[in-house]
Design a protein around this ligand. Structure first.
Ligand SMILES: C[S@@+](CC[C@H](N)C(=O)[O-])C[C@H]1O[C@@H](n2cnc3c(N)ncnc32)[C@H](O)[C@@H]1O
Length: 222
């Protein structure tokens, strides 16, 4: 905690309220989602969300986007209350092609029929798992990705220099960095990586990560 407080004090913009970090991060992710949709190929845009919570990252971005009707999404969330909330929000927004599945997002099985996807959202996961599970998850993402897919990821509550390790993992597995949040943002990292490798067939029964496997501190649950 001491190290983190020093960091917050030392870097501009990083000492604000944790609720503000989350709101800022959400706006950043939504903007990255809109940009991914802007450059998506014509036709259906298959999307998957790993641990979407209440689905705000995608649903907020789709609200007024011209491609909203092309998005065919599966969001996989473990928490039943969040699933209900996300389903309600999708329904209220008229997004009938956004499916919210209650299940274990860490298992490959839950994505069967929804991949390969052009857009993969992995928000709020990396700070909750150990380095070996981050590496494992990224190594398995080619099973979820179509050629040219964009992966938007976040890592909350970590020094920005850790983002370099995440980027290195992506590069090792055929992803090119398209965008990374500023190192001046010390509350979280957001990254966008484009898949330039060869998609892998979805293997059933594989666990990508286990929550709680890391020592990371999380600002708060949301
Ligand atoms: C921090 S939230 C991320 C929400 C959203 N993607 C975001 O970044 O704002 C992590 C989500 O993982 C879900 N979750 C909690 N424990 C889990 C577990 N053991 N395995 C998989 N998902 C879990 C939580 O319900 C929560 O919605």
């Amino acid at each position: 905690m001491e190290r983190r407080e020093r960091g917050w004090n030392a870097r501009p913009g990083a000492g604000d309220d944790p609720g503000e970090h989350l709101a800022r991060r959400l706006r950043t992710v939504q903007q990255r989602v809109r940009e991914a949709l802007d450059v998506a190929r014509p036709g259906r845009i298959r999307t998957v969300g790993v641990c979407p919570g209440q689905g705000r990252e995608l649903l907020g971005a789709l609200a007024a986007h011209p491609r909203r009707g092309d998005v065919v999404a599966r969001l996989v969330e473990a928490d039943a209350a969040k699933v209900r909330s996300a389903r309600g929000a999708a329904r209220a927004a008229g997004l009938g092609r956004v499916e919210v599945l209650e299940g274990d997002p860490s298992r490959t099985d839950v994505y069967a029929g929804a991949v390969p996807a052009a857009l993969v959202l992995v928000g709020g996961v990396f700070e909750r798992i150990g380095d070996s599970d981050i590496a494992r998850t990224i190594s398995l993402l080619p099973q979820l990705c179509a050629p040219g897919a964009q992966v938007i990821w976040t890592c909350h509550g970590e020094p920005p220099e850790r983002a370099g390790g995440v980027c290195a993992r992506f590069e090792k597995h055929g992803f090119q960095k398209r965008w990374l949040s500023s190192p001046g943002e010390t509350a979280y990292a957001v990254g966008v990586h484009r898949f330039t490798g060869t998609p892998a067939p979805l293997e059933s029964g594989v666990r990508m990560f286990t929550f709680g496997g890391g020592s990371r501190r999380v600002a708060r649950e949301w």
